[in-house]
Design a protein around this ligand. Structure first.
Ligand code: ADP
Ligand code: MG
Length: 149
């Protein structure tokens, strides 16, 4: 897998979903996508578009009451994590996260920086940033690894 780093800019949520949708085309079983960025920057929006790209037909929302939500994609499962509320990485062990991170599907982790020590070195990193000077709905999305959308 290539380890290049590049950025794209979006000006509304549809563009972010579209970009994520296309990027999902490069995913394979065992791929892990780490999403990092402030609250409200668009991680869940990205996850929705990404799920669409995997052929998930259900509506993807933030897994508020659980750390992880499973969806079935067209050719492999999609595991959507949001680790914002975990107080300790031991909760990830209780969940049996390894079965998902090193499993048969694609994982996407919102707030992945909070569980940094559990992230394998070949993970794909996605950083979403706002820049208010460029508009309220502007986002810069930087991808490291994972190929081009
Ligand atoms: P997070 O999961 O990072 O906390 P959400 O995805 O839940 O954030 O929310 C992002 C919010 O920002 C949504 O209300 C969305 O409509 C809005 N938004 C505005 N512009 C964009 C954009 N370019 N990309 C993604 N979301 C955007
Ligand atoms: Mg979210």
């Amino acid at each position: 897998m290539s380890n290049d780093c590049y950025s794209t800019e979006t000006y509304n949520m549809e563009e972010t979903m579209d970009f994520a949708n296309k990027l999902a085309g490069n995913a394979s079983p065992g791929s892990l996508y780490c999403l990092v960025g402030d609250l409200g920057c668009g991680k869940t929006v990205f996850a929705k578009g990404f799920a669409e790209g995997l052929g998930v037909s259900e509506c993807v929302n933030s897994p508020t009451f659980t750390i992880m939500q499973t969806y079935s994609g067209m050719i492999m499962p999609f595991y959507h994590f949001d680790v914002y509320r975990i107080s300790d990485v031991s909760e990830m062990y209780e969940l049996g996260y390894e079965e998902y991170f090193f499993g048969d599907g694609v994982c996407l982790v919102e707030w992945a920086d909070l569980i940094e020590e559990l992230i394998p070195s070949d993970a794909i990193h996605i950083h979403i940033e706002k820049d208010i000077d460029k508009g309220f709905d502007y986002r810069k999305i930087t991808v490291r690894g994972g190929g081009r959308a």
